[in-house]
Design a protein around this ligand. Structure first.
Ligand code: DMJ
Length: 488
């Protein structure tokens, strides 16, 4: 099956359509490929940016983002579980040693509560659950405690930004009327429930349960959740609803909170399925060319645009199909499949076969970016994430094929000597690199690719849920008990 035979170290030189018909030799090479990509990304980070947050793969130096203040090592913490899962033992050990000796939260840093939670707390929790190494549990709980002052607002809806030394919080200056952001305060639940579980301290879970309480008290326009909520007044800001940026992982965490509770969190379940119902009625549309998409809602008017971020929803709908009312199970899987197809089209309709940041369904176009500032690709995972869920839940081989097309495009356009870089315009024939290797490329994009080409018994869905940064967290069974309960 392999035209280049055993001399071919890179099966990704094969046309994508051949992936399902490979001999065992080639198949083994395919399976190894995301691991080799991880090695390239990791080795270069280590060579040029060790201990810093991210890598600039073209200029071969560190990249610091203001999301983490001066907390350091984002790539190391985000990559820990991927290294573990891929059995990159030496690399995992050097990452663990760095965490032990250098990961320091006693710094004067203003950080994004959401980003630090999903990447650092999530990364440490997964590393602990996978490896059993106490250092990761200790660091996760220590960091969780540092985040608690963010909840000191009149409603308990946390600030977006927090100085972890002074405990002073504030919101993004651009957010509607001083509001907190739905996708930010709504994406703490999984990690905080686990922090309570591992520390025996109920305070973490109490904080996130209070967020639910505030949301449930509020009237929702057409059953939809606006992206902005004022933490002082407890009132919605601007009525902008999105399943992409600013809204996305709030919905994901409702579903996953229910799954992670071993399906006992009935409140999370109801909030999720009610929200999906409203999304279907008001946001989901079909283009004249037959592509299903999720539009954005602005005070009752639809903007026929879908973000790359929104593409995660295909996987979410399919993952949630099981709990949907019995007559709707097939429908939710089908919805997932349709979103996956639309997002694949957004990749396929570019020159580089990598998807733009946002694509539109108006002015005669379908699944194409029309604005110059929406044509970039920053190594985001959401489309591959949806392929991974669709593959696991349907075993339709097209998802492996589509993922393979993405691997080929990443290798061709994003791989550079110094690692992997984002692209400024995926419609251009020539790469203009943005010179950033995002930490989520290692934690999410490469992990989802690896899982997609592996057997289903690696991190099976019956036992694990993935946080929004692809960090696996175990399902908490009743009999597991918290650390405190176990000590008792
Ligand atoms: C990641 O940090 C997470 O997936 C988050 O939910 C959204 N943005 C990036 C990846 O695109």
């Amino acid at each position: 099956c392999c035209p280049k035979g055993v001399k071919c170290p890179w099966v990704n030189l094969l046309p994508a359509s051949d992936v399902n018909a490979l001999c065992s030799y080639c198949r083994a090479a395919v399976l190894g490929s995301p691991r080799e990509m991880m090695k390239h990304a990791w080795d270069n980070y280590k060579r040029y940016a060790w201990g810093l947050n991210e890598l600039k793969p073209i200029s071969k130096q560190g990249h610091s983002s203001n999301l983490f203040g001066n907390i350091q090592g984002a790539t190391i913490v985000d990559a820990l579980d991927t290294l573990y899962i891929m059995e990159m033992k030496e690399e995992f050990k050097e990452a663990k040693d760095w965490v032990e000796k250098n990961l320091d939260f006693n710094v004067n840093a203003e950080i994004s509560v959401f980003e630090v939670n999903i990447r650092f707390v999530g990364g440490l929790l997964s590393a602990y659950y996978l490896s059993g190494e106490e250092i990761f549990r200790k660091k996760a709980v220590e960091l969780g405690e540092k985040l608690l002052p963010a909840f000191n607002t009149p409603t308990g809806i946390p600030w977006a930004l927090l100085n972890i030394k002074s405990g002073i919080g504030r919101n993004w200056p651009w957010a509607s009327g001083g509001s907190s952001i739905l996708a930010e305060f709504g994406t703490l639940h999984l990690e905080f429930v686990h922090l309570s579980h591992l520390s025996g301290n109920p305070v973490f879970a109490e904080k996130v349960m209070n967020i639910r309480k505030v949301l449930n008290r509020l009237d929702k326009p057409e059953g939809l959740y606006p992206n902005y909520l004022n933490p002082s007044s407890g009132q919605w800001g601007q009525h902008h609803v999105s399943i992409g940026g600013l809204g996305d992982s709030f919905y994901e965490y409702l579903l996953k909170a229910w799954l992670m509770s071993d399906k006992t969190d009935e409140e999370g379940k109801k909030m999720y399925y009610d929200a999906v119902q409203a999304i279907e009625t008001h946001l989901i549309r079909k283009s004249s060319g037959g592509l299903t998409y999720i539009a954005e809602w602005k005070g009752g008017l639809l903007e026929h645009k879908m973000g790359h971020l929104t593409c995660f929803a295909g996987g979410m709908f399919a993952l949630g199909a099981d709990g949907a009312p019995s007559d709707k199970t097939g429908h939710h899987i089908e919805l997932g499949a349709e979103i996956a197809r639309t997002c694949h089209e957004s990749y396929d309709r570019t020159s580089m076969k990598l998807g733009p940041e946002a694509f539109r369904f108006d002015g005669g176009v379908e699944a194409i970016a029309t604005r110059q500032n929406e044509k970039y690709y920053i190594l985001r995972p959401e489309v591959i994430e949806t392929y991974m869920y669709m593959w696991r839940l349907t075993h339709d081989p097209k998802y492996r094929q589509w993922a393979w097309e993405a691997v080929e495009a990443l290798e061709k356009h994003c791989r550079v000597d110094g690692g992997y870089s984002g692209i400024r315009d995926v419609y251009n024939n020539h790469e203009s690199h943005d010179d950033v290797q995002q930490s989520f490329f290692l934690s999410e994009t490469l992990k989802y690719l690896y899982l997609l080409f592996s057997d289903d018994d690696i991190l099976p869905f019956e036992h694990w849920v993935f946080n929004t940064e692809a960090h696996p967290l175990p399902i908490l069974h009743k009999e597991d008990g918290s650390k405190e309960e176990k000590q008792k």
